[in-house]
Design a protein around this ligand. Structure first.
Ligand code: GTP
Ligand code: MG
Length: 535
């Protein structure tokens, strides 16, 4: 018997048709009805073969490839153009050279503005392709010890037309969060809370951060840096900032600099390294210290020392990102303009008074009342350089041994309420002085008699350690114990309006601190996760 005509079973007898061209997937051809059958559907069992799984897979692959050929270059192009635009926004226009000392664009028009260079010098250097070796007029003055402010319009003083604003400087850092970089964040130990830059992730993005504490040479004599390291790490953990490690350093004595260099070399992985921090924390000085130390082994760093950024006691020295060829193995080092924070004392005093905020030598605790005097605390006020007034509403010399001032600025004590406060540079400036409109009420309880209760830190000025009368606990009789339990200090701290007052665990400084400081008790897991400190 003749078998019925079944086309889909007969193909093994004839050679297979040649594969269709790649641009027309087979599955589409197979779905097309034959011309003869166009009017009516074929009877059951005699229609075109359905696309196999392989056909469908091949069709899908071809369609994806075709789409990728059209879309990917466009996408990549758009991404590249966006990145270039960001970089162009952040950096100065190409061809416009900057002063190597401060990063301000060079200009020949305004003599009293940053970046000024005499037109003849500019032309000569330009002809010899040496614009990168120019130091602007302001940087020359700064390097000779003159104090020339360039950042204004932030907080108290109005600035002048030649001033760069704090917002403009922030804008120059805005591209950093999109870069792949290693961030070295600097914090000044004598103004730890004021210079901490809590919102550093706004600038750093998700980039890794090494935390460097600067100016440890200014801490009081005989300070144990292990205690300070533990205190810093604990503060960083409380602030929930994720850092690779903490380094205690001094750009003056070069303490801790070698440790930071090893960590930078280890973590850099070909990326650029940015030195970031609030104004005047010592970024440019830190770069000098890095170059000086690296120069022993690295000829690139040795060469970079010739044109290094300028450092000065005036906040707002660096005015633009400065690129430095510092590493033999690739990746660049960048100095950046400091972030000017509105809550620091520097933001409210007159530009001429700024140099007085720069500590000249190692801080020394000043005790009030002095050790040999017996002064009733309640009802008295302590004045700090006309910048801070502390009214003691309630306090007893039996529970409070002293306020130990660690002043960045020199000051004198007064014991009368209502004495006219004067700015550091004298009475004639008092008219323009914003005054002490900000007030913070503090109630401090003594829980232990053998260690300071807390520090009161004034942003940009220094801190006051509040100490109980310090009777050793083994000689306490019951009455004294009771007094300690009830010992309370009630203070009103008056500061210029935006200046911040921080209450923090006491910073362990001086010889006695190594006796009263208690290291954090940690589980093994906490110990593992906690950043380590080095110096
Ligand atoms: N004693 C001491 N002084 C330091 C140290 N580092 C910096 N300084 C001083 O602090 C002041 C500010 O230093 P700079 O390096 O200019 O600070 P900066 O962070 O670059 O400042 P801006 O560019 O204004 O943001 C200068 O007077 C430095 O001499 C340090 O480790 N120890
Ligand atoms: Mg600087």
């Amino acid at each position: 018997m003749a078998s019925p005509h079944l086309p889909f079973l007969s193909f093994p007898k004839t050679p297979p048709p040649p594969p269709p061209p790649l641009s027309a997937p087979r599955s589409l051809n197979l779905r097309r009805p034959r011309a003869a059958n166009a009017a009516a559907p074929p009877p059951d069992g005699v229609g075109p073969a359905a696309p196999t799984r392989g056909d469908r897979f091949l069709g899908h692959q071809l369609a994806t490839e075709a789409a990728a050929r059209v879309l990917v270059p466009e996408d990549a192009d758009r991404r590249r153009r966006r990145k270039e635009k960001r970089r162009a926004l952040a950096r100065e226009p190409p061809g416009l050279a900057s002063c190597y000392g401060c990063g301000a664009p060079l200009q020949t028009d305004q003599e009293d503005a940053p970046g000024y260079v005499h037109p003849a010098t500019y032309d000569l250097k330009k002809r010899h392709h040496q614009l990168r070796t120019i130091l602007c007029g302001r940087c020359k003055l700064l390097s000779h010890g003159h104090m020339v402010t360039a950042v204004g319009g932030h907080g108290g003083y109005p600035g002048g037309k030649q001033f760069v604003s704090a917002e403009q400087l922030r804008e120059k850092l805005s591209y950093l969060r999109h870069e792949k970089a290693l961030i070295v964040k600097l914090v000044d130990i004598v103004d730890f809370n004021g210079s901490f830059l809590a919102r550093v992730r706004d600038f750093a993005g998700a980039n890794p951060i090494i935390l460097v504490i600067t100016k440890v040479d200014l801490l009081p004599r005989d300070t144990d840096l292990n205690c300070v390291g533990d205190w810093v790490v604990e503060s960083v953990v409380k602030k929930k900032l994720n850092v690779l490690s903490v380094h205690l350093t001094s750009s003056k004595s070069l303490v801790g600099i070698t440790g930071v260099i090893s960590e930078i070399q280890q973590e850099k992985k070909g990326r650029d390294v940015y030195i970031l921090g609030s104004a005047n924390v010592g970024k440019s000085a830190f770069i000098s210290a890095l170059l000086k130390t690296m120069a022993y082994k690295d000829p690139v760093a040795a060469a970079a020392q010739k044109y290094k950024p300028i450092q000065s006691a005036v906040p707002g020295t660096t005015l633009g990102p400065i690129q430095i060829e510092a590493f033999l193995g690739g990746g660049k080092l960048y100095d950046t303009p400091g972030v000017h924070l509105h809550h620091r004392q520097a933001a409210v005093i007159h530009a001429d008074d700024l140099p007085s905020l720069a500590p000249q030598s190692r801080l020394k605790g000043r005790c009030f009342p002095a050790n040999d005097t017996d002064v009733e605390l309640s009802g008295n006020s302590l004045f700090w350089a006309g910048l801070v007034r502390i009214d003691v509403v309630k306090g007893s010399s039996e529970t409070t041994r002293a306020f130990i001032f660690y002043p960045v600025v020199l000051f004198s004590f007064q014991t009368e309420v209502g004495v006219t406060l004067t700015p550091p540079t004298g009475k004639e400036r008092a008219e323009g002085w914003v005054g002490l409109q900000g007030v913070r009420e503090l109630k401090i309880k003594y829980e232990e008699c053998d260690r300071p209760a807390c520090d009161i830190a004034i942003s940009g000025l220094g801190w006051i350690s509040v100490e109980p009368s310090g009777v050793p606990s083994n000689s306490l009789d019951d009455n004294v114990e009771e007094e300690y339990d009830n010992g309370e200090l009630h203070l009103m701290v008056h500061v210029p309006k935006p200046v911040e007052v921080f209450v923090r665990p006491p910073l362990p400084v001086g010889k006695a601190a190594s006796q009263w400081y208690r290291y954090q008790e940690l589980t093994e897991e906490e110990e593992e996760l906690r950043p380590k400190w080095h110096y």
